[in-house]
Design a binder for this molecule. Structure first.
Ligand code: PLP
Length: 446
């Protein structure tokens, strides 16, 4: 371990930023949400990340969702090694893809057929194209604070609370491309009802994260998802559940299984790839048969159904299946213990904290709550989050570097890791409480 733990990370990000935008391959990794220098990782095992400088961190990023057993689960590694012996990609169909597709269709009651792709972005983008083709309509309803990958149609900024016409949230997205993207606040069924009343004839699809995981974790309020199902039925629109994050994470068969609501199309990713690039979209047969070459809706990919990714993903799903409910029960217990400990700590230090949780997914907001939509997340104390994040990082706990990201637990997170996390959190909140008191006593903060 080097004497200055930050030194190797600082020199790496400077070197990286000369040849890669921000020094990273995806923006969240650059720590802009919390400031400071990201940890450069050289390996990982179980619940731990190992940094370039040798320091180890309890990992709550878990690659933003793919890892459910922890890093390097033996069945997944063995399956990749077996597949690797046959080559890395064929560009021809394989039986292994059919086997994975059969597993996906058997897990999801609402999935008769499925197409494999390489990223969640591709899955949602293709599902929207299919919904538009099937309905002959252009508009899509999306919720403020839900993330569906970086395809143009979904890159729309938050409205001002009321449902409003989309405004691009990134330069390079033409206004015309998002003119058909309608926004509503998450958990606001009335807003969606109004959109359908005004423009129902033009709405091809409603896309929603059935448990929102890209503004921290925000669960659906009772009746919200069922209400979307009813509105789509009444107006002939396609209901898309984006389960890229929640699929196989919250339950076998995803959030739709927990809530017993069947969407028309489902998008998957993250867990189904076992850490390799694999995603999927699927649903009712009459919709999926419109996809090329069975039907006219074009969608393709050089590396789609990649044999290494299919092997890794299917091995991970088979391991989950073999555990039956045990894996999910274990994750639920670990999550409950972590949440209870964090909440007890906050209470004892008099710090407002709202924890939202579904099994192994958790949102951590410094606010008295409730947290029901993006505005509630925005109103939380994000400076406090950043300070606590860095205090925990210094103590060897790597939270996701933004209050807008979900924490993930794995089977590898055991008692020792949870205890270590709770101790680090308690010390971080003690420091927070002490500086809160100091600033109250000092009328003119320096
Ligand atoms: C991660 C995520 C995506 C995008 O997946 P990528 O593989 O990063 O393109 C889409 N939707 C949801 C809900 C996600 O969590």
């Amino acid at each position: 371990m080097s004497p200055d733990p930050g030194a190797s990370n600082r020199s790496a990000i400077e070197r990286g930023a000369r040849v890669m935008p921000g020094g990273v391959s995806s923006p969240m990794r650059a720590f802009r949400g919390v400031g400071g220098t990201p940890v450069f990782v050289r390996s990982a095992h179980g619940a731990y990340l190992v940094a370039e400088d040798g320091r180890e961190y309890v990992d709550y990023i878990c690659s933003y969702g793919p890892h459910i057993f922890g890093h390097r689960p033996a069945p997944v590694i063995a399956a990749i090694e077996r597949a690797l012996a046959a080559t890395t990609t064929f560009g021809a169909p394989t039986v292994a893809e059919i086997e994975l597709a059969e597993t996906l269709c058997s897990a999801f009651a609402a999935m008769d057929m499925v197409r494999l792709v390489s990223s969640g972005t591709e899955a949602t983008m293709s599902a929207l194209r299919l919904a538009r083709a099937a309905t002959g309509r252009a508009r899509v309803v999306k919720f403020t604070g839900c993330y569906h990958g970086h395809a143009d149609a979904f890159l729309v900024a938050a409205g001002s609370g009321a449902a409003t016409l989309g405004v691009p949230s990134s330069p390079g997205v033409p206004a015309a491309v998002v003119a058909d993207t309608l926004l509503a606040d998450y958990n606001n069924l009335d807003a969606v009802t109004r959109l359908f009343a005004q423009q129902g004839e033009d709405i091809a699809a409603v896309i929603v994260e059935p448990i929102a995981g890209n503004m921290g974790l925000v669960p659906p309020i009772p009746g919200f998802l069922a209400g979307l199902r009813a509105l789509c039925d009444a107006h002939g629109a396609v209901l898309i559940f984006d389960e890229v994050m929640t699929g196989f994470r919250v339950a076998w068969g995803g959030a739709q299984n927990l809530f017993a609501i069947e969407p028309d199309l489902t998008t998957l990713g993250k867990v189904i790839g076992g850490g390799l690039p694999l995603a999927a979209y699927g649903g009712r047969r009459e919709l999926m048969e419109r996809i090329a070459p069975a039907g006219p809706v074009y969608q393709a990919g050089t590396l789609s159904g990649n044999p290494l990714a299919v092997a890794a993903g299917h091995a991970q799903l088979q391991a989950l299946r073999a555990d039956d409910q045990a894996a999910y029960d274990h994750l639920e217990q670990t999550g409950a213990r972590l949440a209870a400990g964090l909440e007890a700590s906050a209470r004892s230090h008099g710090i407002a904290l709202t924890i939202s949780r579904f099994g192994s997914m958790m949102g951590l907001f410094f606010t008295a709550g409730p947290v029901r939509n993006l505005a509630d997340v925005d109103a939380s104390d994000r400076q406090r989050f950043a300070r606590v994040f860095h205090r925990m990082l210094a103590a060897g706990v790597h939270l996701p570097p933004s209050p807008y990201e979900t924490l993930f637990l794995t089977i590898a997170h055991g008692r020792a890791e949870i205890d270590h996390t709770l101790e680090a959190f308690d010390r971080a909140l003690a420091s927070e409480a002490a500086s809160d008191d100091a600033s109250e006593e000092c009328p003119h903060p320096p």
